[in-house]
Design a protein around this ligand. Structure first.
Ligand SMILES: [Cu+2]
Length: 505
């Protein structure tokens, strides 16, 4: 057991916010002044065992050795009942050191699962314990060690609310991945080496970098991207990596998961983009859904049947099936025809084979949904006490990405102080989209390209090429917090910094 984890259990160290979050859960046992009614939750507080290990998937008929995060009942990840604490023993049976981040959750910083010097990775064979009050919604977990995330060291983290339990809706989790038979190191080397040779030989074209570039430019010549390209006079870089497959709940669309729906056909679809370098358009096909939450946080209902999903983002969609048929849920890769997905099917409904490619390339994932979102619980109106401007820079050749001209780990922390309202203005000077994620806080999207909005509260926001997005949050969780692009290859080549509170050692 890591000593640093234990200290967070001491009630004397709890902030008022944590006590509020803990109300109704077992921490009450350590806080004698809470009413007895909340002191003994029915959901219990058994410690859940989560094993980081390896497993073998079948991908396009070939065996694929990948990592996995297997929770209770041999299911991937963790699902918590309302009021239950995130009380987890993470057992490292992966054969190598690891550390797992609870993406979007707001634990004390030493439990965030980031490899800070104060919280080093868990050696192979060791166990580390976590215990914090979770926030309800659709979250996920992934390794923050090296590039293990690309090798599927990822899983859902679902925290049910009391409302979920009363809603009488079937919960369906759809987690997306990108997959390659190459190792992540080989994929990264392909990006950095070929882009280097490309820059040295501008008339070349044999390297991966050039291939990808011509592919994305090819995509530009059709449909919406072509129109956008002509309108803006720019070309955009998409899809750093040429993947072998795209997975939905670990399966390809040639052999999709078929989820039998319950009578009445009322579904809450929890979409998670767990891919390392791929953004998707989720297409509900014949269905129309109602978006009710993004990144776990409720938004005012928005009707839609096509949902852009940037890396690491989640969307919760309510769907009422119109009949007793089979309804595919497609997830198409931006800039490509490739797609994956699952099928929702009433009991007994025949499920026909589905084409693994769409008729045309999908456009780039954009902010069309983001602009329509409005938080159910927005920040209290208040001017920022501090505004950090962050320039997103970099290029495909040479392949390197930076924040304010700095490359992780050689960065200047963005300092914030407890009680401050903080704004971060992100300006993307590149031709790539960057899904930016802040650990330990939920921020509100407050401006897009300088136009103010009362947008969603979330933890990951897309900053499209040549665009700006401003987010705001209240600095209420002292510690050291990673702030980075969630494209794994951008992060690995430098696109990460730190949001830091004073006095943290
Ligand atoms: Cu990026």
């Amino acid at each position: 057991m890591d000593k640093s984890m234990r200290e967070n259990e001491k009630p004397t160290l709890l902030t008022r916010r944590q006590v509020i979050l803990a109300s109704g859960v077992a921490m009450a046992g350590a806080i004698p002044f809470l009413p007895r009614a909340v002191a003994a939750p029915e959901t219990g507080n058994a410690t859940l065992r989560l094993t980081a290990g390896t497993r073998t998937l079948d991908v396009n008929g070939k065996p694929a050795r990948v990592f996995g995060l297997i929770g209770p009942n041999e299911k991937p990840g963790v699902t918590l009942s309302p009021g239950e604490r995130f009380r987890v023993d993470l057992v490292n049976q992966a054969g190598t050191s690891t550390i797992v981040h609870w993406h979007g959750q707001l634990p004390p910083w030493r439990q965030d699962g980031f490899p800070w010097p104060q919280t080093p990775p868990i050696p192979a064979g060791d166990t580390r314990s976590y215990d914090y009050a979770p926030i309800a919604g659709t979250y996920w977990m992934h390794s923050h060690q090296g590039m293990q995330e690309q090798s599927l060291m990822t899983a859902p983290l679902i925290v049910r609310s009391a409302e979920d339990m009363h809603a009488d809706r079937q919960e369906v989790v759809l987690m997306l991945h990108d997959f390659s038979f190459q190792t992540p190191d080989e994929l990264l080397a392909g990006l950095t080496k070929s882009s280097g040779s490309q820059s040295a030989m501008p008339k070349g074209g044999m390297g991966n970098g050039m291939n990808m570039r011509s592919e994305s430019m090819g995509a530009m010549n059709s449909g919406a991207m072509g129109a956008m390209n002509m309108a803006s006079g720019m070309t955009m870089d998409l899809d750093d990596v040429d993947y072998d497959a795209f997975l939905a709940n670990d399966r390809t669309f040639a052999d999709p998961e078929v989820i039998r729906t319950e009578p009445g056909g009322r579904v809450r679809l929890r979409l998670i983009n767990g891919a390392s370098a791929t953004q998707f358009w989720v297409d509900l096909g014949a269905l129309t859904g109602t978006v009710v939450a993004v990144d776990g946080h409720p938004v005012r209902p928005v009707r839609s049947s096509r949902l852009p999903l940037a890396m690491a983002q989640r969307v919760d969609v309510l769907i009422d099936l119109p009949g007793n048929g089979a309804y595919p849920i497609f997830a198409q890769v931006e800039g490509k025809r490739a797609r994956t997905g699952i099928v929702l099917a009433a009991s007994g409904a025949p499920v026909s084979r589905l084409a693994t490619e769409a008729g045309e390339n999908a456009p780039p994932v954009d902010l069309s949904l983001e602009r329509r979102l409005e938080a159910v619980a927005p920040l209290a109106p208040r001017a920022p006490d501090v505004t950090h401007r962050v320039i997103l820079a970099g290029a495909m050749a040479p392949y390197a990405w930076s924040l304010n001209g700095e490359y992780w780990p050689n960065v200047t922390p963005l300092m914030v102080a407890p009680g401050q309202r903080v704004a971060i203005e992100m300006l993307n000077r590149t031709m790539m989209p960057h899904p930016m994620h802040l650990h330990g806080h939920a921020f509100q999207v407050v401006a897009i390209n300088g136009a103010p909005l009362t947008g969603a509260v979330r933890d990951t926001v897309l900053v499209p090429p040549k665009s700006s997005v401003t987010v705001a949050f209240d600095a209420d969780n002292p510690g050291r917090w990673a702030f980075h692009c969630h494209n794994l290859y951008h992060q690995m080549t430098g696109m990460m910094t730190e949001v830091r509170y004073p006095g943290i050692v």
